[in-house]
Design a protein around this ligand. Structure first.
Ligand code: SAM
Length: 241
């Protein structure tokens, strides 16, 4: 699997950190009463893994992260916490390739679903239907745009560390009926002087709530909104529970 984050990994974890300040409370709430094992799909540098560990004490956590670059951030984060080191297993495969526990208490897929094409999503829904234990659930977010469209360039991150400041910029354009391409620019300033500029592109599959509901329905699953509306968070459970 190509590592789409190979060149941007140094920026991704620090730039996503502020979003986790907003995501952590509703994710913790959505995981209330869950028992393990919990899978963190595309754990990145482990911001969410840390939230899961706090929300579901003592549960086994499997953090799946195929990007070697981001996985090194994740492993360092796990290694530095006695609490995480004891119960987080990091797997280097993609979610659909990883050897996961046969029974799952929860699956968390934050900021990652757009990496899966429609066939891949069907395999995710099958896996949930087969492996979630009674009371088990998935928590995921749908990020805008939910249909292919042009997104004008805007700054999504501005982080100062020491004498350096890191800016993240993003724009998107349609790349097919269900796809967009995100173009990201990461700029580094030293004492406010531009010293580095990195451009990367990511392929992203878009999905809206109507289609999510229809796809899940085919597997006996149903989504419900959770948390503040602007976060686009969904709880997925067996239909009728
Ligand atoms: C935008 S990052 C989000 C990271 C993390 N979930 C967070 O919110 O901080 C998307 C992550 O999905 C991972 N990813 C991409 N394809 C994947 C796949 N097939 N299976 C599991 N993870 C995948 C990437 O390597 C990356 O770490």
């Amino acid at each position: 699997m190509a590592d789409q984050y190979e060149r941007s990994a140094e920026f991704v974890d620090v730039m996503i950190a502020p979003h986790w300040a907003a995501l952590a409370p509703p994710l913790s709430q959505a995981l209330r009463d869950v028992t393990g094992p919990v899978v963190d799909v595309g754990a990145g540098g482990g911001q969410g893994t840390r939230v899961i560990a706090e929300a579901v004490p003592e549960a086994e956590i499997v953090a799946v992260e195929p990007s070697a670059a981001l996985r090194s951030v994740l492993l360092a984060r796990v290694n530095e916490s006695a609490e995480l080191r004891d119960r987080v297993t990091v797997l280097p495969e993609g979610f659909l390739e990883a050897a996961l526990p046969q029974k799952l208490g929860a699956v968390v897929a934050m900021n990652v679903l757009g990496h899966f094409d429609p066939a891949g999503r069907q395999r995710i829904w099958s896996l949930l239907a087969e492996r979630l234990i009674p009371g088990g659930r998935a928590v995921l977010n749908l990020q805008p745009p939910t249909e292919p469209m042009t997104v004008p360039e805007s700054r999504f991150a501005d982080v100062r560390l020491g004498r350096r400041r890191y800016e993240g910029w993003g724009r998107a354009e349609p790349a097919g009926p269900d796809r967009i391409t995100w173009h990201m620019t990461y700029r580094t300033y030293h004492d406010d002087q531009l010293v580095d500029e990195l451009e990367v592109a990511y392929a992203w599959w878009v999905l809206d709530e109507r289609r999510l509901r229809a796809e899940l329905g085919g597997h006996g699953l149903a989504p419900s909104r959770t948390g503040p509306a602007e976060l686009g968070l969904y709880l997925i459970e067996r239909a009728g529970t």
